[in-house]
Design a protein around this ligand. Structure first.
Ligand SMILES: NC(=O)C1=CN([C@@H]2O[C@H](COP(=O)(O)OP(=O)(O)OC[C@H]3O[C@@H](n4cnc5c(N)ncnc54)[C@H](OP(=O)(O)O)[C@@H]3O)[C@@H](O)[C@H]2O)C=CC1
Ligand SMILES: CC(=O)[C@@H](O)[C@H](O)COP(=O)(O)O
Ligand SMILES: [Mn+2]
Length: 383
């Protein structure tokens, strides 16, 4: 029985992970969970799964929680997330599932690596901001990093046992997001509700906005470079409205292999949890006749400048990736609180990147400093 340490149990990926654990009670035991604003959900999850450790948002909620569950080990905040990631150090039969949103996911990933715990990673910001740190740790520690993000999970399935030299390019698809039928001019006055209305996936609010700006695809290009140790010039993106093809790999012999499925995150989560085995899921079977209607469009980076900004940050390297992510986190947050317009998101990110001088290979401390500085500047100016 595999032991699961789950960061972000109250979120979209977290809850779908719980569905899989619920369905396969003999295969998985939930040992530790975290949540943030959804206190009531944490109570319910704890009641159902009896984890040994629960990490909450702050001291106040942790105290309240421990009155309800006096036998559960309770912690809170960023330190609590780190403790969860390395809780029960000696437990070698364990996965950390990182379903946090934002760069708060980076440090717990590092903590798990340091005890050589395998990680199932949904939190793409870990690699955007700290991919170089994870690469450094690979030289020192032995661990597996299995991608949950649908496109990367598809690439992982497609690339199994293939030689890196044989890859011509990786192709990642993008739905186009909530505003794919709107022009740049139309974007000026779009609302939060419109932005949160993703055409194909039901996800947390931050990634849904990232999908609408196409920053999500920019992050995914960076994520692919780190996960598959591939040059950014070999990662292409196309708009594919149906979200039925999740990724493709073109090989040097001219073959293109593709991963198809209905859009449902239970599949990539279960694939990662059961790897190297497979298991039946309840996801809707893909109707082959739908392949008559598949569409692919060239990516237009003028229409979606956030994709270009992300690629640029990756190429500039080092701390520019922290700036990209920090500016995006703050700007999306401001948009979700009705404090800026949708098009201000890209404007703010560009502004922060333009005024930054790159530090090569920033340490974790430098990443935190830059992250805090960028966010402070944005909140002071735009709130
Ligand atoms: N949803 C999806 O289908 C996909 C998501 N991803 C990636 O997976 C990650 C999670 O996404 P998703 O599940 O949609 O996000 P959600 O917003 O739905 O969930 C995020 C989780 O993190 C917790 N959380 C939020 N802020 C903090 C914080 N500051 N400190 C500690 N915990 C926090 C939330 O707690 P609470 O809810 O209690 O506030 C929640 O449990 C993201 O990196 C996303 O890009 C990748 C592919 C697909
Ligand atoms: C489900 C998943 O993996 C998301 O990252 C998805 O890719 C979002 O859809 P977009 O293709 O619109 O970015
Ligand atoms: Mn994705």
């Amino acid at each position: 029985m595999k032991h699961i340490y789950l960061l972000g149990s109250t979120g979209s990926i977290g809850k779908q992970t719980l569905d899989i654990i619920r369905k396969h009670k003999d295969e998985f035991k939930l040992i530790a969970i975290s949540g943030y604003s959804q206190y009531e959900d944490l109570l319910k999850i704890t009641k159902e799964f009896s984890p040994k450790m629960v990490v909450l948002k702050d001291q106040e909620s942790a105290l309240k929680f421990s009155y309800v569950f006096p036998d559960v080990m309770v912690d809170y905040g960023k330190n609590g997330l780190k403790k969860l990631a390395s809780f029960n150090k000696e437990d070698k039969n364990a996965y950390l599932i990182n379903a946090l949103v934002g760069m708060v996911g980076l440090e717990p990933t590092i903590e798990a690596i340091k005890i050589e715990r395998d990680i199932l990673l949904a939190n793409k910001e870990t690699l955007v901001v700290g991919g170089h740190l994870i690469n450094d740790l690979k030289k020192e520690y032995s661990f597996n990093l299995y991608p949950i993000d649908s496109e990367h999970n598809a690439l992982w399935q497609l690339l199994n046992h293939e030689k890196k030299d044989h890859i011509k390019r990786l192709i990642i698809t993008a739905s186009g997001g909530s505003f794919r039928d709107l022009s740049r001019e139309d974007l000026e006055n779009v609302s939060i509700d419109q932005a949160l209305n993703h055409p194909n996936w039901s996800m947390g609010s931050k990634i849904t906005i990232d999908s609408a700006t196409m920053m999500n695809k920019g992050f995914e290009v960076i994520e692919a470079c780190y996960l598959f140790d591939i040059d950014i010039g070999k990662v292409d993106t196309f708009v594919h409205r149906e979200s039925l093809v999740h990724s493709m790999v073109e090989f040097i012999d001219g073959s293109i292999v593709a991963h198809f499925s209905e859009p449902d995150m239970h599949l990539p989560i279960a694939y990662a949890m059961f790897y190297p085995s497979r298991v039946e899921t309840n996801i809707k079977a893909l109707d082959i006749m739908k392949m008559n209607q598949l569409t692919f469009e060239e990516m237009d980076e003028d229409r979606y400048p956030c994709l270009a900004l992300a690629k640029d940050a990756y190429k500039k390297g080092g701390s520019m990736r922290t700036v990209l992510n920090a500016a995006n986190e703050a700007a999306v947050d401001l948009f979700l609180h009705k404090e800026i317009q949708f098009l201000d998101i890209e404007k703010i990110i560009r502004e922060m990147m333009d005024e930054h001088h790159v530090i090569d290979h920033p340490s974790l401390e430098e990443i935190y400093q830059i992250d805090a500085l960028v966010k402070k500047k944005i909140y002071q100016k735009y709130r």
